[in-house]
Design a protein around this ligand. Structure first.
Ligand SMILES: [Zn+2]
Length: 324
């Protein structure tokens, strides 16, 4: 059983939610979902990272809303009536996939009752399609937390993730709005050029990072670690989604002491008492990194978020910052 799954709603609750959507539309002066007006494509994304890239590629042909805002633990997003309103009016939904959104999106989709964004329809876009995931478990059990049953979904934190996200969103927008194809392709080509320049400065900044040792709270930075050859000494969670026990922390502290210089990577949601406790016991530096756009100042764009990640890591490792 997945402990994050929202229980299926019964009919009276569903009716209430649909009434709430209608009430919210009226209060906001918006047309009811069934009476969607023509105009820009309404794109809803699960993460702000996907929203940024969708805006870059969609330009004025799209109007984009993100369900999460930047500081959430993405495995514990709470479904809200405003999410339902957005989904019931959407022409396109962009998710990461790899079960990242399994705790909140399936229940919302069922209740939004919008055929345009149903899984399998052109308006349902998963940016992880074609991505080869790290950490695919051989056995998934409740004991393992089950939050990464399809492998590591945090591809938005890979310095090459922007390219993957852009290509999937481009394909999705073209499929839903073929008339916009050349506009989308032109904008995507411009974005690829920006990615080329950004990836080159990140690679240059990270050229001496191979073998640097890190501890992570949650397995969010594995793609980044793989990209640059960082050594993950351990995780503060006992398993993805399972908070640490005192025994696990004691073991990790010993491991860190014998490993030598280790930097602890944490996201805003996981920058907890345990992180402080481990840092105190080992003398390790703590670096807070974003786990999605928007949660930390200067991370409104995906490229800006990666710049900030590389700057903070360069400072922690004592190497030169990327030249923006
Ligand atoms: Zn995760």
């Amino acid at each position: 059983m997945n402990r994050n799954k929202i229980p299926d709603m019964d009919i009276p609750r569903r009716t209430l939610l649909q009434a709430a959507i209608l009430a919210a539309c009226i209060a906001l002066g918006l047309p009811a979902p069934a009476a969607a007006a023509s105009g820009p494509l309404r794109v809803v994304t699960t993460l702000p990272d996907l929203a940024d890239v969708a805006r870059r590629i969609g330009g004025d042909r799209v109007e984009v809303t993100s369900l999460t805002k930047g500081r959430e633990n993405l495995h514990h997003v709470v479904a809200r009536p405003s999410h339902l309103v957005a989904l019931s009016r959407a022409d396109v939904l962009v998710q990461v996939g790899l079960s990242l959104e399994m705790g909140f999106l399936p229940g919302l989709l069922e209740n939004a009752n919008n055929p345009k964004i149903r899984p399998g329809s052109p308006g349902f876009v998963s940016v992880s399609v074609g991505w080869s995931a790290l950490n695919i478990p051989t056995v998934v059990s409740r004991k393992d937390g089950d939050v990464h049953p399809d492998g590591n979904p945090h591809l938005n934190l890979d310095p090459r993730g922007g390219r993957q996200i852009a290509e999937r969103i481009l394909a999705g927008l073209v499929a839903v709005d073929p008339e916009g194809q050349s506009a989308y392709e032109t904008r995507a080509a411009q974005y690829r050029k920006e990615l080329d320049a950004a990836e080159a400065r990140w690679d240059a900044a990270a050229k001496d990072w191979s073998g640097k040792k890190i501890v992570v709270y949650h397995m969010e930075y594995d793609y980044l670690a793989r990209r640059y050859g960082l050594e993950i000494v351990g995780t503060i969670e006992t398993k993805p989604g399972i908070p640490p026990t005192p025994g696990h922390i004691a073991e990790l502290v010993e491991k860190m002491k014998s490993a030598g210089s280790v930097v602890i990577l944490t996201a805003p949601w996981s920058n907890s008492g345990e992180v402080e406790q481990i840092a105190k016991a080992t003398g390790a530096q703590v670096v807070e990194l974003p786990n999605q756009c928007g949660g930390i100042a200067g991370t409104d764009t995906w490229i800006g978020m990666q710049d900030l990640m590389h700057e903070r890591l360069a400072r922690a490792f004592g190497t030169a910052a990327p030249k923006r």
